[in-house]
Design a protein around this ligand. Structure first.
Ligand code: FE
Length: 268
């Protein structure tokens, strides 16, 4: 299996703090059947300013430690970029690391609480340079959960999304779990990745989430998710299928409110 999103490079962000933790995470990934893991440290103005060279050299170093300890996992370069207005200019200057450094897919995260006004312009300008942005964990963004049609607009323009494995297994609460399945079911999410940060808590493990997808949406849906990750590593296109109309408005929060109301009435 392939994991497209993990904070495994030691000391670069809020993921693995040191080599020991990175190696523990690597073992967990191997035990889960992961063969390739894309290291995606946060890059965010004012918080994490890791540059391209630092990421590439950290990947090389971690791979040499994995060889030394005979851990059968290959780390590939990548990054998780906060959606910032100058992202297209930085891409044009060759400063960014695309997934597997293949020049085709860029992992982009939004602020958790809202969608910035420049989102559509930035994503479009990345696409004009031949790069497909992938929206990280839309099920953990309040605006996408309340207004799935906002995500649908992006998907219809060829911007896919990635849900977090832990969301599907309930790690981020019922609302994130429900929205992760909802996005997958409606063709609004195209990848599952771990977004691992440590060897405890948010771990580099995909199997339980894929089992949940298989249980809820069928074996084909789970297979397609794995195939899409492979396509990204190989720099190939993924199928972004036309999706039916999703409800507009505050669907997410209304449903959450009703669930809360019903569970209270039941004494839950
Ligand atoms: Fe992340």
């Amino acid at each position: 299996m392939i994991d497209l999103h993990a904070h495994i490079l030691p000391g670069l962000d809020d993921g693995a703090p040191d080599l020991g933790e990175a190696l523990s995470m690597a073992w967990l990934a191997v035990e889960d059947g992961i063969e390739f893991l894309v290291a995606t440290p946060h890059v965010m103005e004012g918080e994490y300013s890791t540059d391209r060279e630092a990421i590439l050299s950290a990947v090389e170093q971690l791979n040499s430690h994995l060889d030394k300890y005979q851990i059968p996992l290959k780390i590939l370069p990548g990054a998780e970029y906060r959606l910032e207005p100058d992202l297209p200019e930085r891409l044009a200057r060759g400063e960014l690391v695309t997934l597997n450094d293949g020049g085709r897919y860029l992992l982009v995260e939004l602020p958790p609480a809202f969608v910035p006004p420049y989102m559509e312009r930035v994503l479009y300008e990345l696409q004009l340079q031949g790069v497909t942005p992938i929206i990280a964990h839309p099920e953990r963004n309040a605006s996408f959960c309340r207004h799935p049609d906002l995500l649908q607009v992006l998907v219809c323009r060829g911007v896919p999304a990635q849900v977090t494995a832990g969301s599907l297994t309930g790690m981020f609460g019922r609302e994130a779990a429900r929205m992760a399945i909802y996005f997958l079911e409606h063709g609004l999410a195209h990848f599952v990745a771990s977004d691992a940060h440590s060897s405890t808590g948010r771990t580099p493990v995909l199997s339980p989430a894929l089992a949940e997808v298989k249980r809820r949406l069928g074996a084909d849906a789970a297979w397609k998710l794995k195939d899409n990750s492979r396509r990204v590593l190989e720099g190939r296109n993924i199928a972004i299928e036309a999706v039916g109309k999703v409800p507009t408005g505050r669907r997410g929060s209304l449903r959450a409110f009703l669930e809360k109301f019903v569970s209270k009435r039941r004494g839950g």
